[in-house]
Design a protein around this ligand. Structure first.
Ligand code: PXP
Length: 244
């Protein structure tokens, strides 16, 4: 079987930083660590409300990522323009609603969208590989094919919400991946994948790229807690011992 590309989404490193509007933790440093640990690419979502990743993060990542950068973005003219200037390896177009907690569904491709077509054209003309974030549905796959993009990312949210109680969503993903690949599209997948539910999706041969964020950042916080507390303990104790 072809190896699976694993792209790590580091948005929530920036979420933690933005909670204090300070300079730590730095998503660019997190990207370098992710790459050193085996990530095939780094994914960030520059949202219109800039709730986590900031413009400057994307500029710094575009200059520093040694693997590839996958920029998720909505069809906002301003952000498409920025992507065209920075030229990440890949741009994944996603729907965006300000009130949502995260990207809660794939793009609505049920009717023509001049805005979407314009965004795809501008990104493609800038030499960027374009992927569309879609629900794992036949109509969305057919529409993506008509739009002439090389790749789609299947939204795994339904699977992530229901995997404990049955295999319908996994079967749907498998079917959608096969259909998309048969239609000549490269197939990516992501959203809500965790250490507990990733294996069956990683085993789908028609999928070639996974984008995983929240669960990895969550694990990193817990995995790093022991080292972090020990270091602070030592600093505080050393300062105390040396104080008059
Ligand atoms: N793929 C896309 C298109 C996304 O919008 C997101 C969330 O930003 C992800 C993958 C990663 O999802 P998660 O953080 O749940 O792993």
């Amino acid at each position: 079987m072809r190896p699976m590309r694993l792209y790590i989404n580091i948005d929530h490193v920036a979420t933690l930083r933005q909670a204090r509007r300070t300079d730590e933790p730095d998503p660019v440093a997190a990207a370098a660590l992710a790459e050193a640990a085996g990530a095939d690419g780094i994914t960030v979502h520059l949202r219109e409300d800039r709730r986590h990743i900031q413009d400057e993060d994307v500029r710094r990542l575009a200059a520093s990522v040694g693997t590839v950068l996958n920029l998720e973005l909505a069809t906002s003219d301003e952000i498409v323009e920025m992507a065209c200037a920075l030229r990440p390896h890949q741009a994944t177009l996603v729907p965006e609603r300000r009130e949502e907690i995260t990207t809660e569904g794939g793009l609505d491709l049920s009717r023509p969208s001049p805005r979407l077509e314009r965004s795809i054209g501008r990104l493609r003309d800038a030499g960027i590989r374009v992927s569309l974030f879609i629900d794992p549905e036949p109509a969305a796959i057919a529409a993506s094919r008509s739009l002439g993009v090389p790749a789609v990312e299947l939204h795994t949210g339904r699977y992530a919400h229901t995997w404990r109680s049955g295999s319908a969503a996994l079967d749907g993903l498998r079917q959608a991946a096969a259909e998309a690949r048969a239609a000549g599209l490269a197939v990516h997948a992501g959203h809500g994948l965790t250490y507990l539910n990733v294996a069956p999706v990683a085993a789908i041969a028609d999928i070639e790229e996974l984008n995983i964020g929240h669960s990895v950042v969550s694990r990193a916080v817990l995995g790093g807690m022991t080292v972090a507390v020990r270091e602070m303990r030592r600093l505080v104790d050393t300062a105390r011992a040396g104080a008059p």
